[in-house]
Design a protein around this ligand. Sequence first.
Ligand code: ADP
Length: 270
Amino acid sequence: AESRLVTVRATKVSPRLTLLVLRDITERERVEQMRRDFVANTSHELKTPVGAVSLLSEAIESAADDPEQVRIFASRLTGEAQRLASLTSRIMNLSRLQASDELTEMREVPVDEVLTSAIEASLIQAAAASVEIVRGGDRDLYVSGDAQVLSEALSNLITNAIAYSSEGSKVGVGVKRVDDVVEVAVTDRGIGIPEADQQRIFERFYRTDQARSRRTGGTGLGLSIVKHAVQRHGGEVRLWSRPGRGSTFTIVLPLIEAPIEATPGKRKKK
Ligand code: ADP
C-alpha cells in the first residue's frame, strides 16, 4: 500500500519519474524475495545437522554404560558439529558478500599472495587425499581487492577440485596474464560436471547427484561464494567441464599496475 502511494504521487510529477520509482519498487521486491529464499533455504539446510546433533547427544546419554557405543556416537557428533560450524561460517560469508555495502579491506593485492594462502589452506585436505597441487604460470601480477575474500574463493575451487578427483591425482593452479586481466585456473582430472548442471552449480545449496552420492560433506555454498566474491571484484568465473574427464574453473580479474614499491628499480626511498 505504501509503495502505491509513492507511485500515485510520482505520476503527478513526471511519467519518467514514475518509471524510475516503479523500477525501484520492482528491484526492492526482487531483493526482498531473494532474502526470503535465502532464509528459507538456510533454515532447511541447517535442520539436518541440528537434528543429527540432538539425536546423537540423546544416543550418547542412553548408551552411557557402553563406552564403545559412546565413543562411536561422540565421534559422529564431532563430525556433525564441524559440519554445522562450516555451514554457518559459509552462510555468514555469503550473506556478507551479497550485502550491498562495500568490501572494506580493498588494497593492491599480489596474485602470488592469493595463490599461496589458498593453496596453504587446502594442503591438509590434499595430503589426506594424496592429491598433489601443481602451481605455475605468470608471477608478479596485481589486482585490486580484499585478499582474504579472494583467497577464500580460490581455496573453495581448490578444495572442490580435490574433493571431486580420485586419490593420487593432480590439481593444477595456473596464472596467466591476458591483456588487462589475469586468469587464475584450477584444473582437475576428476568426475566432471554434466552439461545440464553447469549453470546451476553456482546457485546456493545446489549439488549434483554425483556429489551427493560421494558424501564429500559439501554444503553447496562454495561456488556461490566464489561467484559473488569474484563479481564484487569486477571479475567473472568461467567453467569448462566434461563428465569423466575433469573440470577447469577460471577466475578472471581486472589487473592493476604493480605498486611502485614492488617494481624492481623503482623502489621508494625510505
Ligand atoms: P559443495 O560444498 O557441494 O562442493 P559447491 O557450491 O562448492 O558445493 O559446488 C556445488 C556443486 O558443484 C558440487 O556439489 C558438485 O556437484 C559440483 N562441483 C563443484 N566443483 C566441482 C569439481 N571440481 N568437479 C566436479 N564437480 C564439482
